[in-house]
Design a binder for this molecule. Structure first.
Ligand SMILES: *Cc1c(COP(=O)(O)O)cnc(C)c1O
Length: 221
């Protein structure tokens, strides 16, 4: 099947209230255009310079989401246009996004990334750390960012029940933060990729990030 058929099928499958981010990292602009022509407008990238270069070649109404680990010195490449940063994993990064957003005269929407996987290598706050940071007023200091919700990446495993446990804990953390302090604009829970998006949706995801199922196997070379 082609890229546009994949988009159309996926959109039919996703329930109302679950947004699709088409993860286009490593794929060329021609592939993105095929998805665009099938109606897709939200694309996820993991490298700032790659996102910026693609943006310059593609239609202006695409909404670009940064999903990969972001270094503070690269925020400047995407601050003028990025629609949502999923991967905010430190106060330092949040401060830099706030600073660059102010320079551009805009407010940038962000998600706080929570470390839910068994793998140590993954990024993100531990749940308890994040609760303490928020309770201490950490996020309130920044007037040019809007905290829209949480993001998490589950362990890469065939063990669906383990993945379900990780997504469920993230959903509980999200519900707790929503009830206790953040306003209605805290409305996004980004979890689920090609291998685990169905489980993520069962656990309450509102945004899935899907790449290889749409565009085919990725070639990092
Ligand atoms: C690459 C990536 C995805 C998409 O992965 P697929 O398995 O190709 O769907 C989702 N989220 C993040 C953070 C990624 O880096």
């Amino acid at each position: 099947m082609g890229i546009s058929e994949n988009i159309i099928k996926l959109k039919e499958e996703l329930p109302d209230g679950v947004e699709l981010v088409a993860v286009s990292k490593t794929y060329p602009p021609e592939d993105i255009l095929k998805a665009y022509d099938a109606g897709q407008r939200v694309f996820g990238e993991s490298r700032p310079q790659e996102m910026k270069a693609k943006r310059e070649q593609l239609p202006e109404d695409i909404r670009w989401h940064m999903i990969g680990h972001l270094q503070t010195n690269k925020v400047k490449y995407i601050a003028p246009f990025v629609d949502l940063v999923h991967s905010v994993d430190s106060d330092r990064l949040l401060a830099e996004i706030d600073r660059q957003a102010a320079r551009c005269g805009r407010k940038i929407d962000v998600l706080l990334e929570v470390h839910i996987a068994r793998e140590e290598s993954k990024h993100g706050w531990d749940a308890e750390e994040l609760k303490a940071y928020i309770a201490g007023g950490g996020t309130a200091a920044y007037g040019n960012v809007r905290i829209r919700g949480l993001m998490g990446i589950a362990t890469f495993t065939e063990d669906t029940e383990a993945v379900r446990g990780e997504f469920t804990r993230l959903r509980e953390l999200y519900d707790g933060l929503r009830a206790g302090g953040f306003g209605p604009e805290f409305d996004t829970l980004s979890m689920g990729m090609t291998g685990d998006y169905r489980t993520a949706i069962e656990c309450g995801s509102t945004m899935v990030r899907i790449g290889s199922m749409i565009f085919g196997e990725r070639d990092y070379a």
